[in-house]
Write a protein of this length. Sequence first.
Length: 422
Amino acid sequence: MDDYGYIAKQDREVFDVLEGEEGREREGLELIPSENYVSRAVREAQGSILTNKYSEGYPHKRYYGGQTFTDKAEELAIERVKQLFGAKFANLQPHSGANANVAMYMALLQPGDTVLGMDLSHGGHLTHGHPVTYITKFFNFVRYKMKNAETGEIDYDEMLKVAKEHRPKIVLAGFSAYSRELDYEKFVAIAREVGAYAVIDAAHIAGLIAGKVAKNPFDAGFDIITSTTHKTLRGPRGGLILTRESEELAKKIDKAVFPGLQGGPLMHIIAAKAVAFGEALHPSFQTYAGQILKNAKAMEQVFVNNHVRMLGGGTSNHLILADVFGSLNISGKEAEEVLDSVGITLNKNVIADDPRSPMDPSGIRFGTPAITTRGFTEKESTQVAQLMIDALKNSKDQTKLNSIHAEIKALCAQFPIPDSFV
């Protein structure tokens, strides 16, 4: 993957860490839905000369001099992401998806205002109002859930009832562990009913939207999209905020990001975002996004065949949330550890109304963005899903686990991590 020549000469300890991680990624499979591989071009941009430059402010409105090329990099990234999502305005300075969400709250809310978001145990995200987060000290969060965990259907009637009772300023769509499509029109209708902004955190599905295999929330009337730039979008780690058409909202967001929340933007990351957006504009990205969905459905079928319960009954996107404790009598933590031992990386995850603790829950969450980047099709995805089942059913049989690990290594050798996607 990368040549670490200077680090090898200067700092052997760090070099060993990087070499070890490269080997882990090369010889194992990444199934965490929020992880992906980036191209060599994105990695080069991240490690570029732009890391030296402070660029507080926005293009042509900086506080320091010497911004000729930083302005060009940010403007290029903005124009590309606007084209990808059909947005009129974009802010690419948030350092992460969490920062993007917090900046969005700061732009749209006053202290004490209410947000209606998805319950964490039903698929939501920490930044959608979980009590452990600091933002709950400033804003009031109320929640909606699935009506039926077996189908994934959201209880939109109850959602409207809660919205009318609490009058939120933001109706927030989006998720971290939800495997079905949302009814965007109903979200927007509920938001309009109570005079709220319609916002979606599209971090997980941004690449599917950009690849035109998932609906664009802006087409349904959403006001704002927040997202990460990694995951399915296959860019560097960072955040973004897109505004559909309101210049007033866009200006509020810009002020909330800087100077409200952050100082200088990470210009090397913004350049890497520009590279990734350029890759996503290439026709091959739509093929990639479509294959993500096909691979997820292939894995779903294996779990159906083995009678493993999946929240939502399966998947309509890139991820699956499986109840391994209820189906295979192994906890999510144990399943994560067993699969890690055979070279399959995923994460333990709570399921809806989980009776177990978040650190040792009933479920596992996995997805197909990274293996699809490696070139996996339905055939290989089916093979991986069956190996997962075999490992979980034989978690105490070290000989069997060793055999599975060898098979995973052989599969990885057949599908090396690519340097370029276009």
